[in-house]
Design a protein around this ligand. Structure first.
Ligand code: ZN
Ligand code: ZN
Length: 317
């Protein structure tokens, strides 16, 4: 685990610490394997530049935006709020559909994602946090930890509630297949413009939109609630990520399906889930109790501390 430089950083704010850590040499992360592993990631970025070569049409932009919305919802409403936090319930077929759509975002499988995310909540901005920008720098929190070979394994012991579904375990193992299938389908349906806009550009945007939650929402924005980490709320990032920008709210009460706690905190994922609930596809969406909303405010002298449910004890569909 690359922690050798931590003690040398003395800056006081998370932003200053992130900048200082970015400036430090991180040679221990630069194994040859890491470089090889990074090739597909940077290859997709390079291929996205073909937007300047392929013929332009607004329909390709709409295709890109539509797939961005679908994949981002699958990550926020599926990988995050369902698989990681089990903040609502659904049927086993729709659970699989959420997982399958999530794999199209090319962020590995649902068990891998949920296990690492649960780890993040257990030790946010503490010594063991995998992607704390304050402890390891902005770049590491944003993308470095994903390209590192240190975190490739699925920590199944953190997701026993998910690992008992063989179809999810299978999808977790072969998580690249649906994404490759999507790329082939796009190429067959619309040629190079559909492939470039619908797959490469859309993938890059979905990646960095999601990664901003690990990096920027622990550095910039406002803190409403006292938590033991540096999580913050940001309207801009909430718009980009369909609601995940209310990260301080989320770290404070992560059992809630909604992350925008008040009507003015736009949370598109929650609105979509409410729509699915109205259709009977999902149910038991969790809300933060009024008492929780009003306690631990940064402006009060209340005792700090997040509130959570033990996800491993929740019932499966
Ligand atoms: Zn979370
Ligand atoms: Zn966080």
């Amino acid at each position: 685990m690359p922690r050798a430089n931590r003690a040398t950083t003395t800056a006081s704010t998370p932003q200053a610490r992130a900048l200082a850590k970015d400036a430090e040499p991180q040679a221990e992360h630069r194994s040859p394997w890491r470089r090889l592993k990074s090739l597909p990631f940077w290859g997709v970025h390079a291929a996205a530049l073909l937007v300047f070569v392929v013929p332009f049409a607004w329909k390709w932009v709409a295709l890109c935006a539509g797939l961005y919305g679908l994949k981002m919802f699958a990550i926020t409403g599926g990988y995050h709020r369902y698989f990681s936090h089990r903040s609502y319930r659904t049927s086993r077929p729709f659970q699989f559909l959420l997982a399958l759509t999530g794999t199209l975002a090319l962020q590995k499988g649902p068990l891998w994602w949920a296990a690492h995310h649960r780890h993040h909540h257990l030790s946010s901005d503490q010594e063991d946090d995998i992607h704390s920008p304050g402890l390891r720098g902005f770049w590491w929190a944003h993308v470095g930890w994903i390209l590192s070979t240190d975190y490739d394994e699925t920590e199944t012991h953190r997701v026993p509630d998910l690992a008992r579904f063989p179809e999810l375990v299978w999808l977790n193992r072969y998580h690249v297949l649906p994404g490759i299938g999507l790329a082939v389908l796009l190429f067959l349906a619309g040629g190079m413009p559909a492939l470039v806009w619908g797959f490469f550009v859309s993938s890059v945007l979905t990646w960095h939109g999601t990664f901003c939650i690990n990096s920027l929402t622990h550095l910039f924005g406002r803190r409403r609630y006292r938590t033991s980490d540096d999580s913050r709320n940001s309207l801009l990032l909430a718009l980009v990520t369909l609601g995940e920008g209310w990260h301080n709210n989320h770290h404070y009460y992560m059992a809630s399906t909604r992350q925008g706690f008040f009507w003015w905190e736009i949370d598109i994922t929650y609105y979509l889930l409410r729509g699915l609930a109205a259709l009977g596809i999902v149910w038991e969406l969790r809300e933060p109790p009024k008492k929780v909303l009003e306690s631990n405010l940064v402006t009060s002298a209340a005792t700090p501390g997040p509130v959570d449910l033990d996800v491993a004890t929740l019932e499966a569909p």
